[in-house]
Write a protein that binds this ligand. Structure first.
Ligand SMILES: [Zn+2]
Ligand SMILES: [Zn+2]
Length: 325
């Protein structure tokens, strides 16, 4: 190959490489432009939102508030139970936990809908329905020329949560244990009553009580004495409205009774073949209260000579639950 030919060939090669490079660069520039346009369009779709869509998101957010707040109450209750230690101010603890959870929820809504929501709990209160806790939550949101501002009021039903009282009073005692529905006191409760100089404390060895707060449907309560009503109530582990029993907020603070309208449940002594026994009245606010008063044996179910019993004071709880017939 002579020199002239070689130069010609090299020139041709360079021209091909040049054309290919221009094509590749043009293609890349075009691709970037198309991609940019797509991203931009997508962002515009997120930014521009009709007021219907905005209202839909706000309504959806409001539906999530009581769910998040019940979760906060549950978390606190589980912590009290696992530590077997009450909190000083349950309302403040619930408020703090709700705010933390709302912040996470707000972040989620911002990432998903590009809507900025600010919210915080104003108050945590008792209501006349003792199985509810009222939480007032301030919400504010602005999106373009649309905005929403309101104080939401939700009554959070605490049924299905665990009762912290047995854990706080007896959780570290001898033989204390529990399963999904029931607390088994072993010797812990009889030891506790013995320390309080209660006569008949030994009848509470291996006593049992409900774990999960559930409202008794047998209302009016005086019908508990009819047929097998009390037997069904005790097997189901129900709780009853009571002016003397503690509300859920006070239970988290380790109080068995309080000034609010609250609820009570019964602690079942071990079934017995004996009659005419007396011991501490079996309502939980009496057992764990400051002035534990006596109750007399009330048999509500008998099988093969073994009696399932409650200890109830003759004029108070026996009458309230119709066990005086
Ligand atoms: Zn009941
Ligand atoms: Zn209370």
């Amino acid at each position: 190959m002579n020199l002239k030919n070689k130069i010609n060939k090299d020139n041709k090669g360079n021209i091909y490489i040049g054309i290919a490079s221009v094509l590749i660069i043009s293609f890349l520039i075009l691709s970037i432009c198309v991609l940019n346009l797509a991203i931009h369009n997508n962002q515009e779709n997120i930014e521009s939102m009709s007021s219907d869509e905005y209202n839909y998101v706000i309504q959806d957010y409001k539906r999530n508030i009581p769910i998040v707040e019940k979760e906060a109450i549950k978390e606190l209750s589980e912590e009290v139970i696992s530590k077997k230690q009450p909190v000083d101010d349950s309302k403040e603890e619930i408020r703090k936990r709700c705010d933390e959870k709302l912040e996470i929820l707000n972040e989620k809504y911002y990432n998903q809908y590009h809507i900025k929501i600010v919210s915080s709990v104003n108050s945590v209160e008792n209501v006349s329905e003792p199985f509810d806790i009222r939480i007032k939550t301030y919400i504010s949101s602005v999106k373009g020329d649309m905005n929403y501002k309101n104080v939401e009021e939700n009554d959070i039903n605490i049924e299905g949560l665990k009762d912290p009282i047995p854990f706080i009073y007896c959780g570290n005692g001898r033989g204390f244990s529990y399963n999904e529905t029931c607390v088994m006191y072993g010797e812990s409760l009889s030891d506790y009553l013995k320390d309080k100089d209660v006569d008949g404390y030994e009848y509470y060895i291996n006593a049992t009580a409900p774990l999960i707060v559930r409202k008794c449907p047998y209302d009016p309560y005086k019908h508990h004495g009819d047929g097998f009503t009390m037997k069904t109530c005790r097997n189901s582990g129900y709780y009853h409205e009571s002016a003397d029993g503690a509300c859920y907020l006070c239970r988290l603070e380790g109080k068995s009774g309080c000034g609010h309208y609250g609820f009570e449940t019964f602690i079942n002594p071990q079934a017995t073949t004996l009659f005419n026994l007396t011991s501490a009245c079996g309502s939980d606010h009496v057992i764990f209260g400051d002035d534990t008063y006596p109750g007399i044996e009330c048999i509500y179910y008998s099988h093969d000579g073994i009696n399932e019993i409650l200890f109830l004071d003759p004029n108070g709880h026996r009458v309230k639950y119709g066990m005086n017939k």
